[in-house]
Design a protein. Structure first.
Length: 182
C-alpha cells in the first residue's frame, strides 16, 4: 500500500492474505477508498476465487474479512474484479457458469450490516456462453456498473443499477454497432 505524503509516494505496508498460497494470484484486482481496501484473489482454491477486505487503523492495514461466493465452484474466478462504495462491496466472477451456460459470469454484491457481509448474486438478464459478466465492476454511492466484455460476440455491454432495484438491471450502456470497424 502506498500513500502520498505531500511530496512523494511512500510504501506504507504490504497486504497479504491470511490464507495465501501459491497460485492464488492475490492482487489481480484491487480497490482502495479512504480506510478500506479490497484485493481479489481469483486463483484461490482451484480458481474458485476469493476477495479480501482490509481496514486502515492509524498507519496499519489489517485484514478484516475474506469473501467467497456461497455457490462458488472451480474455475469461477471470483475476485477477477472488485469495487466498493460505503458498506457495499461488489466482486466479479467472470467465468461463473449459469445453469448450463458456460462462462456466463456473475457478480456478487455484499452489504456489511456491522457484523457480517450479506451476499446477493447477480447474473446477466440474458446469459450466454462467454459473456464474462462481472469481468469488470464499479460502485459509487447507490450505483453499480458491471461489464460483460464477451456479450454480443465480444462487442460487450455494461449493466447499471441502483441499490434499491438490483434485480431490475438492464444493459443501459452498449457500444455503437460497428464503431470500431474500418
Amino acid at each position: 500500500m502506498f500513500y502520498f505524503n505531500g511530496t512523494t509516494w511512500v510504501q506504507q505496508s504490504k497486504l497479504t492474505a491470511s490464507d495465501g498460497a501459491a497460485g492464488n494470484i492475490f492482487g489481480t484486482s484491487v480497490f482502495v477508498s479512504d480506510k478500506y481496501a479490497i484485493v481479489g484473489s481469483p486463483g484461490k482454491t482451484g480458481n474458485k476465487g476469493g476477495a479480501y477486505i482490509f481496514e486502515l487503523s492509524g498507519t496499519t492495514w489489517s485484514q478484516k474479512s475474506a469473501l467467497t461466493a456461497s455457490d462458488g465452484a472451480a474455475d469461477d474466478y471470483f475476485g477477477i474484479s472488485v469495487s466498493a462504495s460505503g458498506t457495499t462491496a461488489i466482486v466479479g466472477a467472470d467465468r461463473k457458469n449459469y445453469s448450463s451456460v458456460v462462462d456466463a459470469g456473475g457478480a456478487y454484491i455484499y452489504v456489511f450490516n456491522g457484523t457480517t457481509w450479506n451476499e446477493q448474486k447477480l447474473v446477466s438478464p440474458s446469459p450466454a456462453t462467454n459473456d464474462f459478466f462481472g469481468g469488470s465492476v464499479a460502485a459509487s454511492g447507490d450505483y453499480i456498473l458491471i461489464g460483460a466484455e464477451g456479450k454480443s460476440s465480444s462487442k460487450g455491454e455494461a449493466y447499471t443499477d441502483t441499490a434499491g432495484t438490483i434485480t431490475n438491471y438492464t444493459p443501459t450502456i452498449s457500444p455503437i454497432p460497428d464503431q470500431y470497424t474500418n
